[in-house]
Design a protein around this ligand. Structure first.
Ligand code: CP3
Length: 354
């Protein structure tokens, strides 16, 4: 087992002291990098990239090679591998986003839904082991999954980016059917994340990308409750070290107090909330990850530096902050602006840790 050379990120997630604020970028391997586009072309398609452990390892390491200031690596894969393994038939059409051949809208189909055999997701666990080996202790590796609610939006609607009317209609008209989907999906996510931890993931993140579309009570019932259940069943330590869990609901700042009770070690924040106010709301032991608007990276190095300084000042002194974007980096980000961002975090954060 390689010793971890840089554990700043894991320490910050556990609210332990660090010398500076660690940073990584949500979706840091992706289309804004020319080297990613080249590997994706070699692989043939996005899913071929995910299914091949060597390609997945190569693209995971690309941002780390380019940006030595990154404090974490994230498994290259997708949240939609899970519904794909559940038999829904995933495809990515160029420029169109994900689509499923089959949807879960009829009672008969919903009742047939099963926890898939983890062997059908073995390619993900192989990628985790291969990446962990290739990292050789440089920085920790993040594993991840979608939340049951977010995965269910794709399974019911058949695609992303909708107004969620089909699944919301189900939530109000047939909550029993939706709870059935969420229950099976939560069991699947528990097995999926634990297998990633066994394969070498040193922390896990749950992406609830569409939790913010829910009404106040519906968020607790249909999203938070299932994430809480998952977190309670995750493997807690590996290689003698705590495996922290980060929970991220995009558009979820209204529910920070409730999220802080769900058992996660850290909460992800999008850009709609002031991080200092969020810190005051979640209590002293909860770490926060965020919360730069990814659109800031489309601007100039000077503007990026200013925004970074404001977030650091708002969080204030002390541990428990992992700097990140409030959502995925956009494909139009100039790679040099990402460099400017990482440099600004390192330069300005040290004064908050003295
Ligand atoms: O470095 C990394 O973080 C990459 C690993 C990663 C991907 N997807 C690769 C990807 C991660 C962590 C994800 C998570 C993911 N996937 C989420 C949760 C995070 C979020 O952004 O809210 C969601 C909702 C998805 C579903 C998904 N996958 C969509 C909606 C799309 C199409 C839209 C888009 O951003 O392109 C994808 C495709 C996808 N997943 C790409 C990548 C790099 C682009 C595919 C390509 O190369 O064409």
């Amino acid at each position: 087992m390689q010793t971890l050379q840089n554990d700043t990120f894991l320490r910050a997630l556990m609210h332990e002291p660090t010398d500076y604020t660690p940073v990584w970028m949500m979706r840091q391997a992706g289309r804004y990098l020319p080297e990613y586009k080249a590997t994706r072309k070699d692989a043939g398609s996005f899913m071929d990239l995910c299914r091949n452990a060597q390609f997945a390892t190569d693209v995971t390491l690309q941002p780390l090679d380019r940006y030595p200031l990154l404090d974490a690596a994230i498994l290259f894969s997708d949240i939609l591998t899970v519904p794909d393994a559940m038999g829904l038939g995933l495809s990515f059409e160029a420029g169109e986003g994900p689509r499923f051949e089959r949807t879960l809208q009829h009672e008969a189909d919903i009742k047939q839904l099963r926890v898939p055999d983890m062997a059908d997701l073995q390619y993900v666990f192989n990628a985790v082991s291969s990446i962990r080996n290739a990292l050789d202790g440089q920085v920790p590796l993040i594993g991840f999954s979608g939340s049951p609610w977010t995965l269910a939006t794709y399974m019911v609607e058949g695609k992303g980016g909708t107004d969620f009317l089909t699944i919301k209609k189900m939530a109000y008209a047939r909550p029993d059917l939706l709870h059935h989907i969420l229950e099976i999906t939560a069991q699947t996510v528990i097995e999926y994340l634990n297998a990633q931890i066994e394969a070498g993931a040193q922390t896990v993140m749950i992406f609830d990308s569409w939790g913010g579309a829910l009404s106040d009570r519906a968020y607790i019932t249909f999203s938070l409750q299932y994430m809480k259940k998952i977190i309670a069943s995750l493997i807690k330590t590996a290689d003698g070290r705590k495996v922290p869990c980060v929970m991220f609901t995009k558009g979820g700042a209204l529910w920070l107090e409730a999220q802080a009770e769900a058992g996660a070690d850290a909460l992800g924040l999008d850009w709609t909330v002031d991080i200092g106010q969020a810190r005051a709301r979640v209590g002293k032991t909860m770490a926060l990850q965020g919360n730069l608007d990814p659109a800031v990276l489309l601007s100039t190095p000077e503007a990026i530096e200013k925004e970074v300084e404001m977030i650091l000042a708002s969080y204030g002194k002390g541990s428990g902050h992992v700097f990140n974007l409030g959502h995925g980096i956009t494909q139009w980000t100039p790679p040099d602006n990402a460099s400017a961002f990482l440099a600004a975090v390192r330069k300005h954060s040290q004064q908050y840790h003295m």
